[in-house]
Design a protein around this ligand. Sequence first.
Ligand SMILES: [Zn+2]
Length: 206
Amino acid sequence: MRVAKETVVAIEYTLKDDQGNIIDASGDRGPMEYLHGAQNIIPGLEQGVDGLVAGDTKNVLVPPQLGYGEYSDKLLQLVPLSAFGANTPQVGMRFHAETNLGMRVLTIKKIEGEEVTLDGNHELAGKTLHFDIKVVSVRAAEPTELAHGHPHQSGGCCGGGGCGSGEASGGGCCSTEEGSEGGCCSTEEPAAQKQGGCGSGGCGCS
Ligand SMILES: [Zn+2]
């Protein structure tokens, strides 16, 4: 069976940046399973896998516009330190927040005096992604998987080893908006899961 719309595909992958640094890999987590054609993964990777069969290997080059988007200064915003209340913000911390673009993962980019700069860009925004992939299996999707928009068995989005354990970065099982580490299903920000994350079209089944 070839990878096509309405198939569930399992791939092993290694993701590198332009310098050859490994950003993410399926590695010990095992293959990443996703529903093809349901925007479970970034468009450029999905296009690269299209038409392959189990056992195929391929290098897939994904430009930013087919990956996590171009880096945009418009996604930077300043908030006062006092907005964090009792929490002590630190550069590099990530959290979910409602913004005028909807629920996004924000990263603390800079702290200067009483001003905190938040960055709504995905950590891989603006980057060209180099995937080395191997197709492990391809099967027809079950009707419930099509209805939910994600695969169900063997550690998919709803089961063990999916988003819940941080599998989601680098074109992982979550949507492209929410999928980075600390993404929609991570334990870092459980309050955010039910809003635009896991519960509603994200990783969860409900
Ligand atoms: Zn489901």
